[in-house]
Design a protein around this ligand. Structure first.
Ligand code: SF4
Ligand code: SF4
Length: 339
């Protein structure tokens, strides 16, 4: 492979994650970003810089269904200027999804969401039991706010599709079936997407494959083998009935294997991010395919995605991905691809 070929290191893009948020109002137990957040207004990309990023996306090789996620780390609706960014993306005919903890979606925000023409909103909901969700998210009343957000959206932004994102973990394993039934009944919800708990996200902690044995995090790990089988079998059964579960049967079975055997890499072959279908840009403008193995370049040094992705550094980045065998949230959940 000649790394100097134009865009040799990016394949047809399916998904692009833009870290437009950089502050958070939650204290989730599956994420330590709020404890060690190094980001501030001065070291993150401005809204104008993000618009330049959006402008360049249509010039990259991309799938017609390319999904552009406005994400964190952090809560997206805390980001000032988010609505002008959504509008700009829509003018460029990009498919935009905003990922949110659902804490700030008041009636007024819903009207702005509608006005901006947002297509997809993805809300975190880990349980119908308020105690479980609030404990996991570290804030009292968090679950009630998500349910209120869904109602507000139904009234004031009915064109936006709402997805639910649920992290399966040791605390909600026995509540997953009930949550899925509820999502199935709720006409406002277009799909429910499951993720499997992985090492809590943090800017400062190194990768630790034994994180689930840590006395402070171990409670997140599902230990009850018969409940793991029962829950995954139930979800696969629901899929057979046509439930709106986004994960494939293969992915659900991979969750099972991962929970039972966390030290075994979930892929038979290489990590699928090596295909180059994913592009990640963090709040500080660092460009990567997998942010966990490193960065290719920074947009403040070079605001040119085509050049960055066809560089020698991009080639080396992909080489590192191809030898990585880490059960991280990207390969297990966010960008899972069937083999
Ligand atoms: S998971 Fe998201 S909402 Fe929760 S603390 Fe981390 S950045 Fe904030
Ligand atoms: S296995 Fe995870 S950490 Fe390793 S390259 Fe793939 S996505 Fe990145």
């Amino acid at each position: 492979m000649n790394y100097k070929e134009p865009l040799a290191n990016i394949n047809t893009l399916d998904c692009c994650d833009l870290g437009i948020a950089y502050q958070c109002n939650y204290k989730c137990r599956m994420c330590h970003f709020w404890q060690n957040n190094p980001l501030n207004e001065d070291n993150v990309l401005s809204i104008e810089e993000w618009k330049e990023v959006l402008k360049q996306l249509p010039q990259l090789p991309k799938n017609d269904n390319l999904m552009v996620n406005f994400a964190g780390p952090g809560e997206t609706f805390l980001r000032k200027g988010i609505f002008s960014l959504i509008k700009y993306g829509r003018q460029l005919k990009l498919k935009i999804q905003v990922i949110s903890n659902g804490s700030l979606i008041s009636e007024d925000i819903c009207r702005e969401i509608s006005d901006a023409g947002l297509e997809f909103l993805c809300l975190s909901l880990d349980s119908l039991n308020p105690k479980t969700h609030d404990y996991l998210r570290g804030v009292d009343g968090a679950q009630e706010r998500v349910l209120q957000a869904i109602e507000n959206m139904a009234r004031y932004s009915s064109e936006t599709k709402i997805g639910i994102n649920t992290v399966i973990n040791g605390m909600n394993l026995d509540e997953i079936a009930e949550l899925t039934e509820w999502a199935q009944r709720n006409e406002r919800i277009s799909h429910i997407n499951f993720q499997a708990i992985t090492q809590p996200f943090s800017f400062t902690e190194a990768s630790d494959e034994l994180w689930f044995k840590d006395e402070n995090k171990g409670f997140l790990w599902p230990l009850n083998e018969s409940l793991i089988h029962k829950t995954i079998d139930c979800l696969i059964g629901f899929k057979g009935l046509g439930y709106k579960i986004a994960d494939s049967v293969q992915q659900l079975n991979n969750f099972r294997e991962y929970f039972l055997n966390p030290l075994q890499f979930i892929k038979n072959g290489r990590c699928n991010l090596g295909k180059g279908n994913v592009l990640i840009i963090d709040p500080a403008g660092n460009v990567s395919i997998c942010s966990l193995v490193g960065i290719i370049d920074n947009l403040r040094k070079q605001m040119n995605l085509s050049k960055i992705l066809s560089s020698e550094d991009a080639f080396l980045h992909k080489k590192n991905i191809n030898v990585c065998r880490r059960n991280c949230h990207l390969v297990v959940s966010c960008y899972y691809q069937e083999e």
